[in-house]
Design a protein around this ligand. Structure first.
Ligand SMILES: Nc1ccccc1C(=O)C[C@H](N)C(=O)O
Ligand SMILES: [Zn+2]
Ligand SMILES: [Zn+2]
Length: 219
């Protein structure tokens, strides 16, 4: 197959998509105590025909979505979630050095008509090192997003709660307000404003979460 008629020809190719996913490498940081991401493969010499990979991973490795089942036994599982949540227009805002993602930190931003929101916090993109502490959602921050009609929130942190939280108040409050959760997106290089977002979970039957390939394209 000649390249001219295939992948290197850009003429009929949609351009401008930007990857905001953490690379799934064996160096990827993982939640303390959880299963790290590991990819290995059997070689052509071993199989007699092909290189063939395998991976082991927590479903919360790298850039991923949480299903409500992650924090609620009766919550929806990955295969039950509406894919329309994860494809469509979104807005990127930056909440500066705020420790909390609360109504106060959110209220200075125009969220009218926004259904998907990406929030850049002070946490730097560093996919290979797990942070010591992270900004996290308050109940009133979750309620504020619900009131604005936000259905998906994505942020550059491994959780929407404090790292030592057992109650997971932020997860529950977002869920109660109809807001779905996307974690560990890489936002440092992006300009603020409006994008198209695609961050589809894999079709994992009964999954409590799923890694996603998250991409944005400026609108
Ligand atoms: N993997 C874990 C193992 C143990 C305890 C929490 C987690 C989490 O993943 C929590 C985080 N809020 C998450 O949704 O990704
Ligand atoms: Zn998660
Ligand atoms: Zn989570």
């Amino acid at each position: 197959m000649s390249n001219g008629s295939h992948s290197t020809s850009q003429s009929n190719f949609e351009q401008g998509w930007i990857d905001i996913s953490q690379p799934l490498s064996n160096k990827l940081a993982h939640w303390p105590g959880d299963t790290s991401f590991s990819y290995t493969f059997a070689t052509k010499e071993q199989t007699g025909s092909v290189n063939v990979g395998r991976m082991t991973t927590s479903l919360h490795s790298g850039t991923h979505v949480d299903a409500p089942f992650h924090f609620l036994n009766e919550g929806a599982k990955i295969h039950e979630l509406d894919l329309n949540l994860y494809i469509g227009p979104c807005r990127l805002i930056d909440i500066g050095d705020s420790e909390f993602i609360n109504a106060d930190a959110l209220s200075s931003h125009d969220l009218n008509g926004v259904t998907r929101l990406l929030i850049r916090t002070k946490l730097p993109n560093n996919p290979n090192s797990f942070p010591d502490s992270i900004p996290h959602f308050t109940k009133d921050g979750a309620a504020y997003l619900g009131e604005k009609g936000i259905r998906l929130v994505g942020l550059d942190c491994p959780s929407v709660d404090a790292l030592d939280s057992k109650e997971l108040e932020g997860h529950h409050a977002l869920h109660q307000n109809g807001v779905h959760i996307l974690e560990n997106v890489m936002l440092d290089q992006l300009s603020l404003g409006d994008y198209l977002l695609i961050a589809l979970p894999l079709a994992i039957q009964d999954g409590d979460g799923s890694p996603v390939r998250a991409v944005v394209k400026p609108l």
